[in-house]
Design a protein around this ligand. Structure first.
Ligand code: GLY
Length: 374
């Protein structure tokens, strides 16, 4: 079996890259050892929020460029598949409850304004008018440019889009192994046979650091960062905007009437259990933000693994082997970065200069940093 590109990982990043490459005329296969979309891509809250997440520098610019791409990305997927990914563009509200919180959101608002974005400070009354379910706040900032997407719907739409484009997705494989010399990749070995390919992309999310067959010098460290989440069934429009509180607690309304509450951030290996302490922490924080949520039905709990890197930046672009590329390590921003990752990594694979430099995300930086340290 032959192909131009084999992508390991059928999450949002792997599928979006497959779609992009197929649209550019490449022959692409996607392989996954699990059921596609049941890792971070499925577990995420789908927030598209570079300001609320407090990102800065070139990483902010990358995330912001991806946010700008989202309306067209969602529309293209709808046109290709008929599937609506429920992009919600009402904006984010970040509340403050005390002096420290106020200082924090004012700093975030000032950063956003310096970037030419609307970041409106709201009084207590204005906040409660916008979101009556919230506990009285000291003040809040309204980031009107931020959005959310239903990441599970996005996964289904991308899957349908790649299949329309003729990409074969093999899921549930017992194992995959990169076939490589010390210098270059030759393809991927699987339980079903060898797939010869000049280009192999590691888009394996939290599992990206452990892909077998990659020579030692081309490996990159990736650590799973567990996020526990839960969903409440809410009456229509009880919460209309995403509420993003300090310390990373958020309430994300979905068009299907669920209100997502997230998330923990735990470095506990590949453990995806939902724990009593995790649920307790989420509920305590959510009820502090909006006490009226206490009577809502708890309809789902889950946990997923974010792919963490030593400097919390993704690995994008060429790896240390000819034909080996990475598109992983997106940590808290994989859903947000999906469209721009697909575009820029496809450019790198094609040998074109991407419109945004991938230098800060070069997988080699990790090796360079460890050489300096040793
Ligand atoms: N992007 C939010 C989170 O990872 O929890």
């Amino acid at each position: 079996m032959e192909g131009d590109v084999v992508i390991i990982g059928a999450g949002l990043i792997g599928l979006a890259l497959a779609r992009e490459l197929a649209q550019r005329g490449a022959s692409v296969r996607v392989l996954d050892t699990g059921e596609p979309g049941h890792a971070a891509s499925w577990a995420a809250a789908g927030m598209l929020a570079p300001s609320s997440e407090g990102l800065d520098g070139s990483f902010y610019e990358l995330c912001s460029a991806s946010l700008e791409r989202y309306p067209a990305f969602a529309a293209e997927l709808h046109a290709q598949t008929g599937l609506d990914v429920h992009l919600r563009r009402e904006g984010f509200v970040s509340p403050a409850y005390d002096d420290a919180g106020l200082e924090f959101i004012e700093a975030r608002a000032a950063e956003a304004r310096a970037r030419g974005l609307h970041a409106r400070m709201l009084t207590t009354a204005q906040t409660l008018q916008l979101e009556p379910a919230l506990a009285p706040v000291r003040a809040a900032v309204f980031f009107e440019h931020e959005a959310s997407v239903d990441n599970r719907r996005l996964g289904r739409a991308l899957r349908a889009a790649v299949e329309c484009a003729g990409v074969r997705v093999d899921e549930g494989l017992p194992w995959v192994r990169v076939a490589a010399t010390q210098r270059r990749v030759n393809g991927v070995e699987t339980a079903q046979g060898f797939i010869s390919a000049p280009v192999v992309v590691n888009a394996a999310g939290a599992w990206a650091g452990g892909i077998e067959g990659v020579p030692e010098h081309a490996r990159v460290p990736v650590e799973p960062v567990k996020g526990q989440m839960l969903a409440l069934a809410m009456p229509a429009n009880l919460v209309r905007h995403t509420i993003y509180a300090r310390h990373g607690t958020y309430l994300v309304p979905r068009d299907d009437g669920r209100l997502l509450v997230g998330a923990t951030g735990e470095r506990v290996g590949f453990d995806t259990r939902v724990t009593a302490a995790g649920v307790q922490r989420l509920l305590e924080r959510a009820l502090r933000i909006a006490p009226g949520l206490k009577d809502l039905a708890l309809v789902e709990t889950w946990a997923g693994l974010r792919p963490g890197t030593p400097d919390s930046l993704p690995y994008l672009g060429a790896g240390a082997l000819e034909g080996y590329f990475l598109a992983t390590g997106h940590l808290r921003n994989g859903v947000l970065l999906t469209p721009i990752t697909a575009e820029l990594v496809a450019d790198a694979i094609e040998g074109r200069t991407p419109r945004i430099s991938l230098a800060p995300y070069a997988p080699e930086r990790v090796r360079a940093a460890s050489n300096v340290a040793s």
